[in-house]
Design a protein around this ligand. Structure first.
Ligand code: GLU
Length: 278
């Protein structure tokens, strides 16, 4: 009787310890609770394989990452190449991917509606977004900055008081700039080329978003320049509908693989003309 009670207490203690430590949040610890999700997930990768192609949500409006080339009528960029690599991993064929256009505002609903299997679209991992979608590990590090016309009096966020600043709907950039420059007038557009045009034709005094995106636009117009340094951290993750742990894990494993075998560095250099940061 006494021994039994003691054993029960030990068992309870072990259980409590397990709960407290959380066992590092490893996927295998969750199998009991997450059985339906795990089954769902298995189906996701199977669904992709059975369908015979990956459906990837990508940007058509961001130079260097995902932009429509009107000459070739092809979308191109770093994230486009990454999605072709992922298709190669799944099907042994980089052509087996549908590159579906997403915009900053539409990417989360499109994931939630099941219109795309994955989003690779300059998307910052944030706590708020994690409530709606799941993310891979970070695959690109950016930070928010400003683009202005050369000779502009705007040299940093402090100079935006009473000025018009263009950005894009549904972006962290739109949210952050309201916090960093509360007295600026924020003008939001659906896409980045529209926000850039507003700067070019003087409807905005500055454009704000990630430095990685502004860099691509600055390359298109020698009369513009980036100023003010970085005032946020924008780590990019690929995003998924919630509850697809195995699919996310598969993509994370693949990301590790392409970092290890040099593919990531090769693509990074192709688009950004420099070595990826360590
Ligand atoms: N990385 C930022 C974001 O996720 C800005 C770029 C974008 O709009 O995709 O909102």
């Amino acid at each position: 009787m006494k021994l039994k009670k003691m054993l029960a207490m030990v068992a309870a203690g072990v259980l409590a310890l397990g709960l407290l430590t959380g066992c590092g949040g490893g996927g295998e610890q969750k199998t009991g609770d997450n059985k339906p999700a795990a089954t769902e997930t298995k189906k996701m990768l199977d669904t992709i394989k059975e369908r015979g192609k990956l459906v990837a949500g990508v940007k058509y409006d961001v130079p260097l990452f995902g932009i429509m080339n009107t000459q070739t009528n092809q979308v191109e960029g770093f994230e486009i190449d990454l999605m072709r690599e992922l298709a190669k991993k799944i099907f042994n064929d980089p052509g087996k991917v549908d590159l579906v256009k997403v915009e900053s505002k539409t990417r989360i609903p499109m994931l939630q509606n099941g219109q795309v299997d994955i989003v690779a679209g300059t998307m910052t991992i944030t706590e708020e977004r994690k409530k709606q979608v799941d993310f891979t590990d970070v695959y690109f590090e950016a930070g928010q900055s400003l683009l202005v016309k050369k000779g502009s009096p705007v040299k940093s966020v402090e100079d935006l008081k009473g000025k018009k600043v263009s950005t894009v709907q549904g972006s962290t950039s739109a949210k952050n700039i309201r916090e960093k420059a509360s007295e600026a007038q924020v003008v939001e557009f659906p896409t980045y080329p529209e926000a850039f045009l507003a700067l070019q034709n003087g409807r905005a005094d500055a454009m704000t978003t990630d430095n990685s995106i502004l860099m691509g636009f600055a390359q298109k117009d020698a009369n513009t320049q980036m100023v003010g340094g970085l005032f946020t951290a924008e780590p990019y993750g690929m995003a998924f509908q919630k509850g697809q742990e195995e699919w996310v894990q598969f993509v994370n494993e693949w990301l590790k693989e392409i970092r290890a075998n040099g593919t990531y560095a090769e693509l990074y250099k192709k688009w950004f003309k420099e070595e990826p940061p360590k």
